[in-house]
Design a binder for this molecule. Structure first.
Ligand SMILES: Nc1ncnc2c1ncn2[C@@H]1O[C@H](COP(=O)(O)OP(=O)(O)OP(=O)(O)O)[C@@H](O)[C@H]1O
Ligand SMILES: [Mg+2]
Length: 382
C-alpha cells in the first residue's frame, strides 16, 4: 500500500481503537472480508474510525472516592501533590488509619492518559504478552499493586528473555507497595536504580533489555512490628526490633521517597463527622491544572512532569528567592541532606507552586515540600 492521498487503512473491527490512535488519517474498520468486498464494489460503506473513538473510557465510576476518607487531610494533600508531579510517597502509621484506603483512591485524581502515554504503556504490555482482543490497548492509567511475596523478577523484570516487571507495567501510573517493609530485601534494593533513572535495565545471559519505569511509587507501612510506635497507643516493641523493622527501608531508598506522610489513627469524632471531606472531583481538577502548567513549561523538552527534571532543569525551573534559599541552606546543613534530597525537595516545591498556580516557587511552597522530609528523623534517626 502506498502513502498517497488515496491510501486507505482497513483494520479488523476489534483493532479499530488501536488504529484510531496510531493513524493520523482516518482508518476504516470491517467485521469481515465480505464487508471489504462490498466496500470495494461501492455497495455498502465501511465504518470510519474517527479519532474521537480513541477518546478513552475511564471507568471512573468504579474507582473509590477520597470523600470516603475521614480526616487524614495532610495525607490527601500529599497524594494530590504526588498525582500532580508523579512523585513518590511513603505512608507510615499504625494499623487501621486508612493507609491502604488512601492509596487505593489515587487513580481517582489522576488525569486521563494522553495518546502518547497510551501508546508507550501499551507497548510495554504488548512485550509482556498481556494484550488480547478484549484489551488491545492500555488506556486506563495503570495502578499496580503487587503482593509483598512477589519475586524480584515479577516486580523488577526478568526471566530468560527479560520481560517487563511491575515497575514497567506501572508506566505513567502508580505502583502501590502495601506493607513495604515486608517485601523481599533484594526487591527493595533493586528499586533504587529505576527510581532514580525512571528506566530499568535487566541483564541476562541471553539478552539485556531496557524498559521504561516512570511511575509514582506509593509505599505504605507500619512503623514497627506491633504497629503502634510513635502513636497514641502503647508500643510493645523493643528499640532493636523497631530499628531492624524500619531498617528494611535503607537510607538511600528512603531518600528517594519525595513525600513522607504520617497517618495517625482517626479518632471517634472524626469517624462520626459527616460534614464531608473533599472529594476526588475537585482534587482532580487541581491536579489537571498543575499538569497543564507542566505541559506548557516542558513543551520543548522530552519529558512532561516535574519529577522527571534532571539537575540542570531543576536549576533552571526551580529558582528560589533569597529568603527561601537561606531556609533551604539551613536545613541542608542541619539535616546533612544529600544532593538528591535537595533536588527532590525543589521538584516537589515546583509541583506545589503549580497546584497554587504560582509562576515562582514561594517560601510557603518550599516550606511545605521540606516538611514532607521530616519524618525520617522521627522514625529512622533516633
Ligand atoms: N480515615 C478513615 N476514614 C474512614 N474510614 C477509615 C479511615 N481509616 C480507616 N478506615 C476504615 O478502616 C478500614 C481499614 O483501613 P486501612 O486498611 O486503609 O488501614 P491501614 O492503615 O492500611 O491499616 P494496616 O496498617 O493494618 O494495613 C477501612 O477499610 C475503612 O473502613
Ligand atoms: Mg493497610
Amino acid at each position: 500500500m502506498g502513502n498517497g492521498p488515496d491510501t486507505r487503512l482497513i483494520v479488523p473491527m476489534e483493532n479499530s481503537r488501536e488504529a484510531a490512535l496510531v493513524s493520523e488519517t482516518h482508518a476504516l474498520a470491517a467485521n469481515n472480508l465480505q464487508e471489504v468486498i462490498y466496500w470495494l464494489e461501492e455497495i455498502e460503506p465501511l465504518e470510519t474510525v474517527m479519532d474521537s473513538q480513541a477518546e478513552l473510557p475511564e471507568g471512573r465510576d468504579q474507582i473509590p472516592d477520597f470523600a470516603d476518607v475521614k480526616g487524614q487531610e495532610s495525607a490527601k494533600r500529599a497524594l494530590r501533590v504526588a498525582a500532580a508531579g508523579l512523585h513518590n510517597v511513603l505512608l507510615i502509621g499504625p494499623p487501621g488509619g486508612g493507609k491502604t484506603m488512601l492509596a487505593r483512591r489515587m487513580p481517582s485524581i489522576m488525569p486521563a492518559m494522553s495518546r502518547d502515554e497510551v501508546l508507550e504503556t501499551t507497548r510495554i504490555y504488548s512485550v509482556a504478552g498481556l494484550l488480547n482482543a478484549e484489551h488491545p490497548l492500555i488506556d486506563v492509567r495503570p495502578f499496580r499493586a503487587p503482593h509483598k511475596n512477589a519475586s524480584s523478577a515479577s516486580i523488577i523484570g526478568g526471566g530468560r528473555v527479560p520481560r517487563p516487571g511491575e515497575i514497567s507495567l506501572a508506566q505513567n501510573g502508580v505502583l502501590f507497595l502495601d506493607e513495604f517493609t515486608e517485601f523481599n530485601r533484594d526487591v527493595l534494593e533493586a528499586l533504587r536504580q529505576p527510581l532514580e533513572d525512571k528506566l530499568v535495565t535487566i541483564a541476562r545471559a541471553q539478552a539485556t533489555c531496557t524498559y521504561p519505569a516512570n511511575f509514582s511509587l506509593i509505599a505504605s507501612c507500619n512503623p514497627c512490628p506491633c504497629g503502634f510506635f510513635g502513636s497514641d497507643l502503647e508500643c510493645t516493641c523493643t528499640p532493636p526490633q523497631i530499628q531492624k523493622y524500619l531498617g528494611r527501608i535503607s537510607g538511600p531508598l528512603l531518600d528517594r521517597m519525595d513525600l513522607h506522610v504520617e497517618i495517625p489513627r482517626v479518632n471517634f469524632e472524626q469517624l462520626r463527622d459527616d460534614s464531608g471531606s473533599e472529594g476526588s472531583a475537585s482534587m482532580r481538577e487541581n491536579v489537571l491544572q498543575a499538569r497543564e502548567i507542566q505541559l506548557k513549561r516542558f513543551s520543548r523538552h522530552k519529558f512532561k512532569l516535574n519529577s522527571q527534571m534532571r539537575p540542570a532543569d531543576v536549576k533552571r525551573f526551580c529558582r528560589l528567592d533569597e529568603t527561601s534559599e537561606a531556609l533551604l541552606k539551613n536545613a541542608f546543613d542541619r539535616l546533612k541532606m544529600s544532593a538528591r534530597a535537595y533536588d527532590r525537595i525543589l521538584k516537589v516545591a515546583r509541583t506545589i507552586a503549580d497546584l497554587d498556580n504560582a509562576a515562582d516557587i514561594k517560601i510557603q511552597h518550599l516550606a511545605e515540600a521540606m516538611q514532607y522530609r521530616s519524618l525520617d528523623r522521627k522514625y529512622w534517626r533516633n
